[in-house]
Design a protein around this ligand. Structure first.
Ligand SMILES: Nc1ncnc2c1ncn2[C@@H]1O[C@H](COP(=O)(O)OP(=O)(O)O)[C@@H](O)[C@H]1O
Ligand SMILES: [Mg+2]
Length: 503
């Protein structure tokens, strides 16, 4: 039984964990705005384990219990009256167990929720450990953790109390079964209506029933916890990813040429409007720069192109068709996106650059690194492209991270390149070199560049000035300078700043 049932439960756990992870991969960015990583980790570990306990041990001991019930049959065969009398405590037990099990279930749910809190706390603290240290928050953090941990242990102890009460009551009731046999059976033996042998056998059978009855309580406990945990897992698994291929998807589309158009586009985060009536056409092969004050919606606009976000109203068209008709994998395969906040995996530099490229050739990686002006930096590392990065690429500088991310975007030779403020951490000289190289490889392709430094965007085919989610100015650099509006203003200011900085 152990070999079959327990290994089946491990396999169920394996499948469930894979499904859970695969599902998490499909959920949209908006989902991750609302849940904590630690909470998901708690579900993937503790809750999954509780579910496994039902599929494995609970079933095994449950089956065991049923088999042991045959002992009751033998008891009834020996002496019906005595067998029935010895069962008197069991209905009482059923009622008690049912009540306590409900309580256990509720406690278990509270404990799992608290465990999720703790995991979230640890995960957040460790990701932010540098800030914690820089601001001397170690003690405060430790205190806060201790509080959460205290609630956790309190709840666990409460559960132990309920479980303890349940076990005690069950043992008592089962014991009272023995008492009944001793009393009634003993009298029958004295009266000569029951043989001493049967009396002893009776006791033996009853004790065979005792352990399964206790196990039954335990099984009920496991099933209750498993049910609560299944609920917690299902709440995540039942979320249908809003951004996915659906009946609008046209699977005949296998490539992207690169013309982008925003048509009457509106977007809001939870009801707060961020983009209002954007109309913009980006010709295939052109470079469009988006500038504007922070918070005006630049990143949001860029995120709409690979469908990391979905427009509320209006549409985003690529090659003249709505992005929703393009299969997600085709769309994203053809877009090189460098987000405002780069993320590198704790893996080799070469693997970070070649992310998502099947069997990348060494020279391709080097070429991409060269375009992104990171090749020389990488070759200067002792291990070169084989350099292992720490978590989030902790062992390289901010500028190097940005350039690695650019290399990652260009290696896939995308039809559309999106750079969201991706040159902020590199100096102007390197920036110019990157842009020069990009112009070569992107000549046939479309680029959208979000930038703060206006020197970056001067050469763009069109510059769009975004303010409060609306396009207020558009045109080439010289056109916008001629208009003498917001763009010209900002440009003058940046020139002045540069001039001052050189003194
Ligand atoms: N995930 C989010 N949830 C809610 N509001 C957001 C989110 N991301 C950005 N915002 C808000 O949307 C506005 C535009 O943000 P963003 O597109 O990042 O601006 P920009 O890139 O131009 O600095 C800001 O006011 C910001 O506070
Ligand atoms: Mg931004």
């Amino acid at each position: 039984m152990r070999k079959t049932i327990i290994s089946v439960s491990r396999k169920v756990e394996y499948d469930l964990r894979n499904d859970f992870f695969a599902h998490l991969q499909k959920l949209p960015q908006s989902f991750y705005n609302t849940v904590k990583t630690g909470d998901l980790m708690a579900r993937a570990t503790n809750d999954l384990e509780a579910v496994r306990q039902v599929v494995g041990p609970a079933i095994m001991y449950g089956a065991n219990t049923l088999i042991s019930l045959s002992a009751f049959g033998i008891m009834a065969y020996l002496n019906v009256e005595l067998a029935l009398l010895s069962m008197i405590p069991f209905p009482i037990m059923a009622v008690v167990v049912q009540r306590l099990a409900r309580k256990l279930n509720q406690k278990h749910r509270e404990i799992q929720a608290q465990y999720a809190e703790i995991t979230s706390k640890v995960q957040e603290n460790l990701s932010g450990i540098r800030i914690v240290k820089a601001y001397g928050q170690e003690e405060g953090e430790t205190r806060h953790f201790r509080q959460l941990n205290e609630v956790f242990i309190t709840k666990n102890l409460e559960m132990a109390k309920v479980r303890g009460a349940m076990m005690a009551i069950m043992t008592l009731l089962i014991g009272s079964g023995s008492l009944i046999i001793l009393l009634v059976g003993g009298r029958q033996v004295i009266a000569g209506t029951l043989s001493l042998g049967d009396f002893v056998a009776f006791f033996a059978y009853l004790s065979m029933l005792t352990w399964p009855m206790i196990a039954m309580g335990w099984v009920i406990n496991l099933v209750q916890q498993g049910a609560a945990s299944t609920g917690r897992l299902n709440r995540i698994l039942e979320i249908v990813p809003e951004i996915r291929n659906d009946d609008r998807t046209d699977h005949n589309i296998t490539g992207v040429l690169g013309e982008i158009e925003f048509r009457d586009l509106y977007f809001s985060y939870n009801g707060t409007p961020v983009l209002k009536g954007i109309n913009l056409k980006v010709e295939k092969g052109s470079t469009v720069a988006i500038v504007g004050p922070t918070g005006c919606g630049k990143s949001t606009l860029v995120n709409l192109i690979p469908r990391l976000l979905e427009a509320c109203n209006g549409s985003v068209l690529i090659d003249g068709v709505s992005v929703q008709t393009i299969p997600l994998e085709v769309l994203r395969q053809n877009i090189g996106y460098v987000p405002q906040e780069t993320f590198l995996f704790s893996d080799k530099l070469s693997s970070n650059i070649a992310l998502g490229v099947d069997e990348p050739a060494g020279e391709e990686i080097e070429k991409a690194a060269e375009i992104a002006q990171i090749k020389n930096d990488i070759l200067a590392f002792p291990a070169g492209f084989e350099t292992m990065l720490g978590e989030r690429g902790i062992n390289i500088s901010g500028g190097q991270k940005q350039r690695t991310a650019i290399a990652r975007a260009v290696i896939r030779k995308p039809s559309i390149l999106l750079l969201d403020d991706s040159l902020s951490a590199v100096d102007t000289y390197t920036e110019e070199a990157i842009l020069r190289h990009l112009r070569e490889v992107m000549a046939e392709r479309t680029s959208i560049i979000v930038a703060h430094r206006l020197s970056t965007v001067k050469g763009a085919d069109m510059i769009v000035f975004l303010q409060d989610g609306e396009i207020v100015e558009r045109g080439t650099h010289s056109e916008l300078m001629a208009v003498n509006g917001l763009y010209a203003d900002l440009y003058e200011k940046q020139l002045l700043e540069e001039a001052l900085a050189t003194y």
